[in-house]
Design a binder for this molecule. Structure first.
Ligand code: MG
Length: 212
């Protein structure tokens, strides 16, 4: 019998080929400042919440038209539409959870036909980014919680879930899912994943047959 699966993907460098904060920073003229913070975070000098706060702070004063401009530049990852279509064919659900931003994920979710999505939200006042986020920060634990919530809401057992991501932030949700898949993953992700694929998300489709 075919099981109806829940597949949850990370957004940046997984569902899409880009890092949304970098695209926004390019448009905002703060690309170098953002890259510097990213490097410090990679050296372990900042945790995720601090690095998000510092990177978002560089966006203060940018007009909100930056979101449409950014979304127009987003490149889908090969295989994403095939993977979503196959999950839906099996009666399943697809969610995307992102340490990036709702303002870009919302139109993406609509275009891809996602069932669930969650991300950070950038504060806008009088049409301009304030350089702050509003609401809860989406980090590793929040990604794992999203997967659990969406499984409950869909009445899908965790044994029928797959989590796909590329970064250390994705390891918690990959641990909760029945099958954790590294997609073009960092070495630590490849090492801890149940499966590792590259380049084409349709390569995750055969894993759906293993779910119980
Ligand atoms: Mg990512």
């Amino acid at each position: 019998m075919t099981v109806s699966p829940l597949v949850v993907l990370d957004c940046d460098s997984t569902t899409i080929q880009d890092e949304v904060i970098e695209l926004i920073a390019e448009a905002a003229g703060s690309r170098e400042a953002v890259a510097e913070v990213t490097e410090r975070a990679m050296r372990g000098e900042l945790d995720f919440a601090e690095s998000l706060r510092e990177r978002v702070a560089t966006l203060a004063g940018t007009p909100e038209s930056v979101f449409a401009e950014t979304y127009a530049r987003v490149r889908l990852t090969p295989g994403i539409t095939e993977l979503i279509a196959e999950v839906h064919r099996r009666g399943g659900k697809v969610g995307v959870v992102s340490g990036g931003f709702h303002e870009v994920l919302d139109p993406l979710a609509k275009d891809l036909g996602l069932d669930f999505w969650r991300a950070n939200r950038l504060e806008v006042v009088d049409g301009v980014l304030t350089g702050r986020t509003v609401g809860p920060i989406i980090h590793a634990a929040a990604k794992a919680e999203a997967l659990q919530e969406w499984a409950n809401a869909s009445e899908i057992a965790l044994s029928a879930t797959v989590a796909i991501g590329d970064g250390a932030n994705d390891l918690d949700m990959m641990g909760v899912a029945a099958i954790g898949v590294s997609f073009n993953g960092k070495p630590v992700v490849v090492e801890r994943a149940d499966e590792a694929i590259t380049d084409d998300l349709a390569r995750a489709i055969p894993f759906l047959d293993r779910l119980g």
